[in-house]
Design a protein around this ligand. Structure first.
Ligand code: SF4
Length: 384
């Protein structure tokens, strides 16, 4: 077994300038750093084989479930995806690219309901259609072909290539960025152009030095999730502590930009009759195809407020005011509005904040008025 001489920590690499990282093939062929890289990758892999968590997408090399999990987990916690059954339900309903490609947008959005960021579901749908139309239903192995698929960025391409095909492609997500910043003790902001370049170059060097890209990339992510945590890195039990150059790990990574939260106020109204509830289908936004309570028309005096709540989506904090229906409302406001029978509400794809308030209001109104599930058609005029 090769022996490491000299310092094992990665600060010996972190002092290298960008030009040497850009020509990282020479770095890889430079014996001492390569030995350190291999020793690092080996220590990480040994730890992962013992401590790595068992997920359904880690038990397979089929690119479809791996891709589904990667897209679902982009903005959502693993516990939500697994414990609330989203992943299992999706895989039962759409078990492969061909089934997903044939599904309607309505079915896709409904199955995604509650996960939010619905653009991901549309990307997945479009991607499945492209895999079927352009690749005969077989996901391509080649990284260049993978990158050309709709909705696939560098991270997702690297994840599928390494997890499904064991191709030595790098991945950098928030967890890996944090781990690498600390291991290299690098204060270059991770959201700057230079910082991103360094992270990807370092991830490339390390995955190439590993024996298995599948294990290495999974292990690096897992280390960030369970040991090298954001506020409280558990350095004492870290399997790569001897390689780590961080002097003040909790201060890393450095970020240049703070995400600005924008306050948004939404005014909508609730109109329930014996025919059902008036809803509006969204168009021209990230929520296209989803149903919500209709927007309140501009008016001098707002009708009575029935409910107020707040929710956050991406960089927006939304205060949702639900009002009583305007008294002059006499017809369906547009083709995108429909009176939905109560019995159909659960089958419509709807953002979670609306689903919660709608269910609460319908329950109260139904109990108060004794209204039963409406049987009227969706285009019936709302009663006043
Ligand atoms: S947990 Fe500590 S020792 Fe391990 S990589 Fe993170 S900062 Fe370094």
């Amino acid at each position: 077994m090769a022996r490491i001489t000299g310092p094992a920590r990665f600060d010996s690499l972190s002092t290298l300038d960008n030009s040497r990282f850009i020509h990282h093939s020479s770095l890889i062929n430079h014996n001492p750093p390569l030995l350190i890289q291999r020793a690092f990758a080996g220590a990480l892999a040994r730890w992962f084989k013992i401590s790595g968590r068992d997920y359904p997408w880690r038990r397979t090399t089929d690119p479809y479930p791996i891709l589904v999990s990667e897209i679902m987990l982009q903005q959502t916690q693993i516990t939500t995806v697994l414990d609330r059954g989203y992943y299992d339900r999706w895989m039962k309903r759409f078990p492969d690219f061909a089934t997903l490609a044939k599904a309607s947008e309505h079915e896709i959005l409904k199955a995604w309901e509650g996960l939010g960021y619905y653009r991901r579901a549309r990307f997945l749908h479009k991607l499945a259609q492209t895999v079927v139309a352009a690749h005969g239903g077989i996901f391509p192995r080649d990284i260049t072909a993978i990158r050309k698929l709709p909705g696939i960025g560098d991270y997702t391409a690297g994840a599928v290539a390494s997890f499904a095909f064991n191709d030595k492609q790098p991945i950098v997500d928030g967890n890996i960025a944090r781990v690498l910043s600390r291991i290299f003790n690098d204060v270059t902001p991770v959201d700057s152009t230079a910082g991103k370049k360094l992270l990807w170059q370092r991830a490339t060097i390390l995955v190439r030095a590993s024996a298995s890209a599948r294990i290495h990339n999974s292990a690096l992510m897992e280390l960030g999730q369970t040991v090298c945590k954001s506020a409280t890195p558990d350095c004492k039990s870290c399997p790569v502590k001897k390689f780590c150059a961080a002097t003040d790990p909790a201060s890393l990574p450095v970020k240049s930009k703070r995400t600005q939260i924008t306050e948004v106020i939404e005014h909508v109204y609730f109109q329930q009759t014996a025919a059902g509830v008036l809803l509006e289908q969204e168009t021209g936004s990230r929520r296209t195809g989803l149903w919500k309570l209709p927007a309140l028309p501009v008016m001098k005096r707002l009708p009575k407020t029935l409910h107020t709540s707040t929710y956050t989506i991406t960089r927006y904090r939304v205060t949702l005011h639900v009002h009583a229906a305007p008294s002059h409302q006499i017809s369906l406001p547009s083709l995108h509005h429909s009176m939905i029978p109560l019995s159909d509400l659960t089958s419509l794809p709807m953002p979670s904040p609306y689903r919660r308030v709608l269910e609460a209001l319908v329950k109260v109104r139904t109990q108060r008025d004794g209204i039963t599930a409406g049987r009227a058609s969706r285009r019936a005029l709302p009663a006043r």
